[in-house]
Design a protein around this ligand. Structure first.
Ligand code: ZN
Length: 442
């Protein structure tokens, strides 16, 4: 008589899509203002229930009313080994239902995708991790070392009331963690049928949001006037906005470009890498920004009447610098801004970088290759920021590893904070299998 063995991780693969849908239905929109944000507490309690269901205890901590983050520790076989942190944020950016094909908080399954705000940023990873640890608990799997799970609030507003607050107020919960995985990385870019690059995030740029203020002589708009604050500010803003700062190849991007050269059989001009990157599709906009420091003007504020020259004018600039480029970036800014403009930091946070090597990386590579024999994992630098900035301060090596094998034609980059954010159910099931292999051996 033939025996049928149930497929590996049947429970986790079956429930991952449903867990994601449920989590999307809990609207956790983070407006950046606690009084108008909601749902983080509900989401954290929902996670706590899903863990309690299978006997995993957790703690919820609130930085402000409703800003709830949850932490649980799954004991490993060897309690003396360093622990691994697996973290994800529960909040999402706002979504306007009138722009979407489905309601952004419906969690609807359609055409093989789960749709909704957070489907790729990053309730997908939250759901994959939950599905996996629930399966483990039901089937008696114990990881080799402690795994600390953190489901965090407030990432989309910079993490001050989420990861940063947890690190400052409850560092003991992360005791022993030397490495961490989370967003943004582990997804595939199809080169050809039998070759997919999997981008693992090993670095992210630093944040330098600044306000520029110019002073001048106020006066009548009809007079001859040679000391105009608006003119002076706009000259500086135009210099910043139109500057293309020099290409700097940091170690992850040097490695990344070498892999792209090899995969596509092309040669990349190190001074003009963008051209070659265009063939990666829309993701090249994210990756191209990791080849240099950038400073994009985003807001301008001056004046109150058409015929009055104001005494001051100000602008906001979103600056991002590569790892190791902090001081060089300051010099570049000073040169472009010029004399007579005052600069103050609104937000300043460090860049993150680690190397793409060691046993943990070996396990990522092995897990991806075991589930996709066309997988070629490569490191890359993220242009944006994540909670890794906070966990780095506790000495952890931080990686973006939320594994997803994606259809070749999916414009993945545009889904982050985008309209019709969605994720293929098959990709979620793949992610669960990869995380299982990885975390069983990591
Ligand atoms: Zn995110």
């Amino acid at each position: 008589m033939a025996e049928t063995t149930p497929p590996r991780l049947a429970g986790a693969q079956d429930e991952v899509a449903e867990l994601l849908s449920d989590l999307i239905r809990i609207d956790t929109t983070n407006t950046g203002d606690t009084s108008t944000s909601a749902g983080e507490r509900t989401a954290a309690e929902w996670v706590a229930c899903k863990l309690a269901d299978v006997g995993i205890e957790s703690e919820i901590h609130e930085s402000e009313r409703g800003r709830a983050s949850l932490v649980a520790r799954i004991p490993g076989a060897d309690r003396s080994s360093p622990a691994l942190l697996v973290h994800g944020h529960l909040d999402v950016v706002p979504a306007d239902p009138s722009e979407w094909s489905v309601h952004p908080f419906s969690g609807e399954e359609r055409d093989g995708y789960i749709w909704g705000r957070g489907a790729v940023d990053m309730k997908d990873m939250d759901a994959m991790v939950l599905a996996l640890v629930r399966d483990w608990a039901r089937t008696g799997v114990q990881p080799p070392r402690d795994i600390v799970l953190a489901f965090l609030a407030d990432e989309e507003a910079g993490g001050k009331l989420g990861a940063r607050w947890m690190v400052d107020e409850h560092p003991d919960l992360f005791e022993g963690c030397t490495e961490a995985i989370s967003e943004v990385g582990g997804f595939s870019i199809t080169v050809r049928d039998d070759l997919r690059l999997y981008l693992v995030q090993t670095a992210e740029k630093g944040l330098a949001w600044m306000r520029l203020t110019a002073q001048g002589k106020p006066g009548h708009g009809s007079f001859v006037h040679d000391d105009n604050a608006v003119t002076r500010l706009c000259q500086a803003v135009a210099r910043l906005g139109s500057a293309r700062l020099p290409t700097v190849l940091t170690p992850p991007m040097r490695q990344f470009l070498a892999e792209v050269e090899d995969a596509y059989g092309i040669e990349i001009d190190p001074d003009e890498p963008e051209e070659a990157l265009a063939r990666l599709g829309s993701i090249s906009r994210m990756i191209g920004a990791a080849l240099r420091n950038t400073a994009n003007p985003t807001m301008v504020d001056a004046g109150y009447k058409a015929n009055v020259i104001p005494g001051t004018a100000s602008a906001t600039v979103d600056g991002r610098f590569l790892y190791g480029q902090h001081e060089e970036f300051e010099r570049q800014l000073a040169g472009l801004i010029g004399e007579g403009i005052q600069r103050e930091w609104l937000v300043h946070d460090s860049a993150v970088e680690t190397t793409f090597d060691g046993p943990l990386v070996d396990q990522m590579v092995a897990a991806l290759k075991a589930e996709d024999d066309g997988a070629r994992p490569v490191p890359f630098t993220m242009s944006g920021g994540t909670d890794a900035k906070s966990f780095q301060t506790l000495g952890m090596r931080c990686f973006g590893f939320s594994p997803l094998r994606l259809p070749p034609d999916l414009d993945f980059a545009s889904l982050f904070h985008g309209i019709d954010e969605r994720v293929p159910v098959e990709s979620l099931r793949f992610g669960v299998r990869v995380l299982d292999r990885f975390l069983r051996n990591a």
